[in-house]
Design a protein around this ligand. Structure first.
Ligand code: 5AD
Ligand code: SF4
Length: 472
C-alpha cells in the first residue's frame, strides 16, 4: 500500500492536546462551568462545532442553550456570503457588556472568517474583549489555545495560513440522534470564481479509507442508523491520495457496514460525478435516492465566468443519465442569481434549466462579492432590486415545482427514519424519506430511531404529512 501524500498530525501532537485537556480538567473541575457555541454556515461547520463540543466535554464543560449563562462562548463563523459575516459582527459586538459583567468568561471566535487576515485583525481591533481567535486548520489545537487564553490578558490569536493537516481522533460530541456526519475530505481545488472556500479551507485533502471506515463502524456500534459523508466536493475523494481508491469505492465499502442503514453525501460537483458513482448509487441499497448537484446557473456564459467547467448541455446529459439509472431519484441544487454580468437572458436560462431538471428543492442565493475571489474584480452593475426580483421569481418557480413533486407522494406509502419530535408541533414526530423529504406525523416517541412506513396524506412545499399504517 502506498503512502498518503499529505501531512498528518502526529500521534505525539494529539497526545500533547490530550495533556492540555487533562490539565484544563483539573483547573475547571467542580466549578460547574458551561459553554455555548454559535455556528454559522454549512454542515462542515456544524460538524466542526461538534468537535469543539467534544473537546469541551472532555475538559469538563457542560453545554447550555442560553448564551447569557455560559462561561465560554464560541462563534464558529462562515464567510461564504456577506450576510453571515455581518451577523457575526453584530452578535460578537453585542457581547461587550456581557464581558464587562463577567470578566472571567471566555469569548472565542473561530472558523472560516478568521482565515482571512484582514477579518481576524478587524475582530481583534474592534472587539478587544474577545479572548481567543483561531482558524479552520488548527481546530484540533483548541485545548492548547484555551489554556493560553485562560492565562492571558490579551487576545490569543493563532491562524495557520496554509492548509491544515488531516487530523484524526479529535473528540466529537455529535448532536444526539439517529443520523451522524462524517467528513471524508477537507478543502476544495475548484476555485469557482465567486467562492471563498478554497482560500479559507485550503486544497483537497482526503481522509484515509481505514480512518473513515473505523469511524463509520464506531457510529454503527453507537446506534446511528444514517450517516452523511461530508466534503466540499465528495466526488473527487481520493484523487489526492496515491492509491487508486475513489469515492464510489468508499461508498461501496460503507454500504457493507452492518448497522448503518442509510448513506447520504454532500456536495457533488457535476464535473466530477462519474459513471461508476451513478452505477454504485443505483446498486447499493443503503445509498439514498437523493443527489445534491449544484448547478449555480443555467447560462453557459455565466457558468464559464463562474469557472464551473461544465455547460448546461453537459449538466442536462448528466441528469438524464442519473434519472435513467434511478428513476425515483430526488435532485436538489444550489443556484446563484445576480452574478456580475448576468443578463435577463442568462437568468431565463436558469429558470429554463430549473424547469427541465425539475428539482425537488433548491437553495437559492443572491451573489455576494467575496474579497480575493476573481469574480469580486468584475464590475457588478446589476441593481440590488433586480437581483431581489430575480431571486423572488426563481423561488416562486422552485417552490411550485417542489410542491408538485411533493403532491406526487399523496396516497403513497413511504419508509421514513424517525428523527425526533417536530420542531413546530408538540405531539408531532418528524421522519425523513430516503429521497430527503421531511414527513411529519402523529406517533409515539418510542418510534424515534426506527424505520416505519407512513401513508402520505398532505403535501406542502417543504414537507409532507403522513399517517401510520393501521397495522404498523
Ligand atoms: N455568493 C452567493 N452564493 C455563494 N455560494 C458560494 N459562494 C457564493 C457567493 N459569493 C453558494 C453556492 C454554493 C453554496 C454553498 O453557496 O451556491 O454552492
Ligand atoms: Fe466553492 Fe466551487 Fe469549491 Fe463548491 S466547488 S466549495 S462552490 S469553489
Amino acid at each position: 500500500m502506498s503512502e498518503r501524500k499529505q501531512i498528518l498530525v502526529t500521534p505525539e501532537e494529539m497526545e500533547e492536546q490530550r495533556q492540555y485537556i487533562a490539565e484544563l480538567r483539573t483547573r475547571i473541575e467542580g466549578k460547574g462551568l458551561k459553554y455555548h457555541i454559535v455556528t454559522y454556515g454549512c454542515q462542515m461547520n456544524v460538524h466542526d462545532s461538534e468537535k469543539l463540543a467534544g473537546m469541551l466535554h472532555e475538559i469538563g464543560y457542560a453545554e447550555t442553550g442560553q448564551m447569557q449563562e455560559a462561561d465560554l462562548i464560541l462563534f464558529n463563523t462562515c464567510c461564504v456570503r456577506e450576510n453571515a459575516e455581518l451577523r457575526v459582527y453584530g452578535n460578537v459586538g453585542a457581547l461587550r457588556a456581557y464581558k464587562q459583567a463577567n470578566p472571567n468568561s471566555i469569548i472565542g471566535v473561530c472558523g472560516c472568517m478568521m482565515q482571512q487576515p484582514e477579518i481576524s485583525d478587524y475582530i481583534r481591533r474592534s472587539f478587544p474583549f474577545v479572548d481567543l481567535i483561531f482558524g479552520t486548520h488548527n481546530l484540533y489545537r483548541f485545548p492548547c489555545l484555551l489554556l493560553q487564553a485562560l492565562d492571558s490578558n490579551t487576545t490569543v490569536v493563532e491562524i495557520l495560513d496554509s492548509e491544515g493537516a488531516v487530523v484524526e481522533h479529535v473528540p466529537t460530541r455529535r448532536a444526539k440522534g439517529v443520523s451522524a456526519w462524517v467528513t471524508i475530505m477537507y478543502g476544495c481545488n475548484n476555485f469557482c470564481s465567486y467562492c471563498i472556500v478554497p482560500y479559507v479551507r485550503g486544497r483537497e485533502r482526503s481522509r484515509h479509507r481505514e480512518d473513515i471506515l473505523e469511524e463509520v463502524q464506531d457510529l454503527a456500534e453507537e446506534g446511528y442508523k444514517e450517516i452523511t459523508l461530508l466534503g466540499q466536493n465528495v466526488n473527487s475523494y481520493g484523487k489526492d491520495l496515491d492509491r487508486q481508491y475513489l469515492f464510489h469505492q468508499l461508498l461501496r465499502d460503507i454500504n457493507g457496514v452492518n448497522g448503518i442503514e442509510r448513506i447520504r453525501f454532500t456536495t457533488s460537483h457535476p464535473k466530477d460525478l462519474s459513471d461508476e458513482l451513478i452505477e454504485t448509487m443505483a446498486e447499493c441499497k443503503k445509498v439514498c435516492r437523493h443527489l445534491h448537484l449544484p448547478i449555480q446557473s443555467g447560462s453557459n456564459r455565466i457558468l464559464k465566468a463562474m469557472n464551473r467547467k461544465y455547460t448546461r448541455e453537459n449538466y442536462l446529459q448528466l441528469v438524464e443519465k442519473i434519472k435513467k439509472a434511478m428513476p425515483d431519484i430526488s435532485l436538489t441544487t444550489d443556484i446563484i442569481v445576480g452574478f456580475p454580468g448576468e443578463s435577463e437572458e442568462d437568468f431565463k436560462d436558469t429558470l429554463d434549466i430549473v424547469e427541465k431538471v425539475r428539482y425537488d428543492s433548491a437553495f437559492t442565493f443572491i451573489y455576494s462579492p467575496r474579497r480575493g475571489t476573481p469574480a469580486a474584480k468584475i464590475k457588478d452593475e446589476i441593481p440590488q432590486e433586480d437581483k431581489k426580483e430575480r431571486l423572488a421569481r426563481l423561488n416562486e418557480l422552485v417552490s411550485s415545482i417542489s410542491h408538485e413533486k411533493n403532491k406526487a407522494y399523496l396516497g403513497k406509502n413511504v419508509e421514513v427514519l424517525v428523527e425526533g419530535p417536530s420542531k413546530t408541533k408538540a405531539d408531532v414526530l418528524t421522519g425523513r424519506t430516503g429521497t430527503n423529504k421531511t414527513v411529519n406525523f402523529k406517533g409515539d416517541p418510542e418510534l424515534i430511531g426506527r424505520f416505519i412506513t407512513l401513508r402520505i396524506v398532505e403535501a406542502h412545499v417543504f414537507s409532507l404529512v403522513g399517517e401510520l399504517l393501521k397495522d404498523a
